[in-house]
Design a protein around this ligand. Sequence first.
Ligand code: RIB
Ligand code: NA
Length: 292
Amino acid sequence: MVGSLNADLVVGVERRPVPGETVLGSDLATHPGGKGANQAVAAARLGGRAAIVGRVGDDGHGALLRDALAAEGVDLAHLAATPGVPTGVALITVGPDGDNSIIVSPGANARLGPADVEAARALIESAPVVSFQLEVPLPAVEAAAGVAARAGRRVVLNLSPSAPVPDGLLALCDPLVVNEHEAAFLLGGGGDPGRMAAALAGSGPRSVAVTVGADGVVVADGRGTAAIPSPRSDAVDTTGAGDAFTAALCLRLARGDSLRDAARYATRAGAAAVRSPGAQSSFPRPDELPAL
Ligand code: RIB
Ligand code: NA
């Protein structure tokens, strides 16, 4: 995983304030998070070997993240501390339906650059699957994706949060993982998830997965598109469900699954992750995966 690490500061609310308004929420919970860290933990907990290339600050939140990843056995040799810069923070509100709204303050994540990628070159070249999200600067993502692709490694990009990316990067993605909003952003308009997956697959990436929340995922590859359902689960907190999905997908692709088989497995990991509060704390062990 080449990506972000954030301290998630989470407050439950009955509804979100409008500008100029104050509402009262629940007690504050502080969890280890960030899309890169979440994916590393999710893959490790499912039995995979995971490593992270990233940056934290030399502060208490950085220590929280380091400890959380170490406890899961994630390789931290390329997790750098950045003096004088706060660790990334995500301000998260969770609503009554388990839905979340997130503001990320990137902090040290914004300092991840091509030099960090160069330092981690041997690691990136040796990983069967290298996974990215967009909470770290694009030059780091592009550099690392290039290193991975030139070494014949599989590049998985979760385009979250939405941002414009160069065609050259999209062309390396196998798959590009997006939710419906991110797909609509890339296509310049929304629509049926199957159509969006097909349109995206025809626009550059080697394959595409469009996640549709509780409805599962639509994958598109050289064989066409396939809608893959998710097991049902009652949502308590959806934070990190996309990260659990993508990590499980990476794990199974690394083990040689087809995209469709990997996606079938990954929807179970995503469904498990919505059943309890927080991101990493809700990620399943293999025996906790719901049946399809
Ligand atoms: O995908 C969930 C994650 O997004 C949270 O852990 C938060 O840190 C934000 O990065
Ligand atoms: Na959760």
